[in-house]
Design a protein around this ligand. Structure first.
Ligand code: NAP
Length: 286
């Protein structure tokens, strides 16, 4: 089979390293980003820059979108110069952004009316796994589309997990990010409680991460807590969005409401563009 030509739309914190990995793996990649200056790094590595979203889809077999939120994704699909503004039958679009299950089902429907194949494939894992090609990719796709996309997922992730039709992967993604939010809220509260009782955060982090309560995310975030510096790997505002989407999708458990309020308060305090671990800064001030 001839190698797939890929169009990449959205070169933010995640899109940039993911597109780079596809280039490194030998895929031909065309890129488009709203802020054009972010394309330069990829072009220097061999990507082609598309002048418009229409050109991106016309010149690619598969388009992958990695954008902030539902509004951004719907805009690039539906606006007058967007992905669906011209006839491009039999192309495949893979949305890897985190959006609501409802939006994913909607996108699948509007793609189908134009004979375009659609996969929702949000990812678990942040910038480091994106750089290392070790993301966990959740896939909502037909069997046929999954087979086509698998070589791409094999480059971007350590595993891709088909969970059903488009929309199911977005549901799975909201569920795993609820657990992420709980983990980081718990970690922050634990460190602050220990510090208030005279236990150094260095020691508390060792106690957590050397024992059964430690996990991947408590290990990854240890360094930023030690330095008290939270440059965005996963921006806090994106978790606020994901927890809101989970609530809207029916999550009504005892902890979701205070959890959402806690992160939303941190965003209102100006921490939205910091890493999600900056929740500890917000909680320290309480
Ligand atoms: P980001 O750094 O904020 O990048 C967002 C991208 O979306 C940028 O390329 C931005 O373009 C583009 N964009 C936003 N609004 C747009 C619009 N209206 N039209 C066109 N382009 C638009 O976000 P990220 O961290 O890469 O995250 C991307 C997605 O992955 C989000 O859904 C997030 O929830 C999810 N995710 C993130 C992580 C993580 O750790 N960061 C992990 C898993 C999943 P400009 O450059 O022009 O602003």
């Amino acid at each position: 089979m001839e190698a797939l030509k890929l169009g990449w739309l959205g070169l933010g914190n995640m899109g940039n390293p993911m597109a780079k990995n596809l280039l490194k793996a030998g895929f031909e990649v065309v890129v488009f980003n709203r802020s054009k200056h972010k394309e330069k790094e990829l072009v220097d590595l061999g990507a082609t820059s598309a002048a418009s979203i229409q050109e991106l889809i016309q010149t690619s077999d598969v388009v992958i979108t990695m954008l902030s939120n539902d509004e951004a994704v719907k805009e690039v699909f539906e606006n007058e110069n967007g992905l669906l503004s011209q006839d491009n039958p039999e192309k495949l679009i893979i949305n890897m952004s985190t959006v609501s299950p409802e939006t994913s089902r909607y996108l699948a429907t509007i793609c189908a009316t134009r004979k375009i194949h659609f996969i929702d494939a949000p990812v678990s894992g942040s910038v480091k796994p994106a750089q290392d090609g070790t993301l966990v990719i959740l896939v909502g796709a037909s069997d046929e589309d999954y087979v086509l996309a698998k070589p791409i997922f094999n480059v971007l992730g350590k595993v891709s997990i088909p969970v059903g039709t488009p929309g199911k992967a977005s549901s799975a993604k909201l569920a795993i990010n609820y657990l992420l939010g709980l983990n980081l809220q718990g970690l922050a509260e634990t460190i602050i409680f220990a510090e208030k009782n005279g236990v150094r955060k260095e020691d508390m982090l060792s106690i957590i991460n050397e024992g059964a309560c430690g996990n991947g995310i408590t290990t990854i975030k240890a360094n930023s807590i030690l330095k008290d510096d939270y440059p965005a790997a996963f921006a806090l505002k994106h978790l606020v969005k994901d927890l809101r989407l989970a609530k809207e999708a029916g999550l009504d458990s005892p902890l979701i409401h205070p959890l959402y309020d806690s992160y939303e308060t941190a965003q209102k305090e100006g921490l939205g563009d910091e890493d999600v671990m900056a929740i500890i800064t917000s909680l320290r001030n309480k």
